[in-house]
Design a protein around this ligand. Structure first.
Ligand code: PAF
Length: 328
């Protein structure tokens, strides 16, 4: 009898525990979070920080499920899925964003920002926050600006040391009109392409090169398919931390705070990851066989873009560009 009641008690306790766990699981809302790069990247660092902060602050009522390495499609498709409400959250580059929120294109102008501190100051200040607000009118909720770092050119044809060396190079660009204009002005042959196709196209030689920050060149192992790297640092690459309005509007005010805090933690984590990686990436890439050109003077590249700047100023307004340049 004594044995029986002990066994019965253990069975009841186990059932009660399983029930509590399954109730907590049933209550947790799943947050599908998509991004283009592997977990071992600045995006992965951002995603982990977002999940950790939000799950904790929401007391387990929100549970993240990560889809790294473009598992939910290219960045443009990912943003469309947010608009449709089939994906809850995403970390994306500015690549496709100006096709959704045209004003964001101003942030893609080459040599606009002096350094990361300048870019962060502008993005975290009234200009950047004003841009985040504009996403609402386009069926998206933007919560914070993270970072990829400054973009550099890689290719398989030659060492790029001066702007003329870009002439005729078939370079993959993001599907981004501002970048396409810049590379056309350099005399390259810009080929806009969705990220999931890029490594294959480089392998097959249908394009000669591409441009991305060190954070991407390292995490996507582009040294396996690219020989030359020139540290052009031609444009700062911001990252938007986005959620779908359908998801956002279904949250309680407390959950919204938890998601927003998580997005801020994600943005900070991408910036920290890039900062740390930038210190050692060039050595790592050289060790992996890349030939690296360090430019002692980038001004010829900037000068070569003079005709493009006229177009940018008429599109985004000279006042805005001067205001950004004047930010300390
Ligand atoms: O080059 C791009 O498309 C982006 O920088 C990438 C690699 C998808 C990261 O957002």
């Amino acid at each position: 009898m004594g044995n029986f009641s002990h066994t019965a008690f253990k069975a009841m306790a186990a059932t009660a525990l399983a029930l509590t766990c399954s109730m907590a699981f049933a209550q947790a809302k799943e947050v599908k979070l998509g991004y283009a790069l592997p977990i071992a990247s600045h995006y992965g660092a951002g995603a982990n920080a977002w999940a950790e902060t939000t799950e904790k602050e929401s007391k387990g009522t929100l549970k993240f499920r990560q889809f790294p390495s473009s598992a939910l499609g290219g960045e443009r498709e990912l943003v469309e899925s947010l608009q449709l409400g089939t994906v809850e959250a995403a970390i994306v580059s500015s690549g496709p964003l100006s096709n959704f929120v045209p004003e964001v294109g101003a942030m893609d102008i080459p040599f606009l920002f002096r350094d990361s501190a300048h870019a962060r100051h502008v993005l975290d200040g009234p200009i950047g926050q004003g841009l985040l607000d504009k996403f609402k009118g386009r069926g998206l909720i933007a919560l914070a600006w993270g970072e990829q770092g400054f973009r550099h050119v890689t290719n398989n044809k030659r060492a790029v040391e001066k702007p003329e060396d870009l002439k005729g190079l078939k370079l993959r660009t993001m599907e981004n009109p501002v970048h396409i204009t810049a590379f056309r002005t350099f005399g390259a042959s810009p080929t806009p392409m969705s990220w999931p196709e890029v490594t294959g196209a480089l392998q097959q030689g249908t394009i000669d090169g591409q441009e991305n920050p060190l954070s991407v060149i390292v995490s996507s192992k582009l040294y396996q398919v690219q020989k030359h790297l020139t540290l052009t640092g031609h444009v700062y690459s911001p990252v938007a931390i986005l959620v779908s309005p359908a998801f956002w509007n279904g949250l309680t005010p407390e959950q919204q705070v938890a998601v927003r805090d998580g997005a801020k933690a994600a943005a900070a984590a991408t910036r920290k990851y890039v900062e740390d990686l930038d210190k050692k990436a060039v050595d790592e890439l050289k060790t992996n066989g890349m030939q690296v050109v360090v430019l002692s003077d980038k001004s010829p590249f900037q000068k070569a873009l003079d005709p493009a700047y006229k177009q940018y100023a008429s599109k985004y307004g000279k006042d805005l560009l001067d205001k950004i340049a004047a930010e300390k």
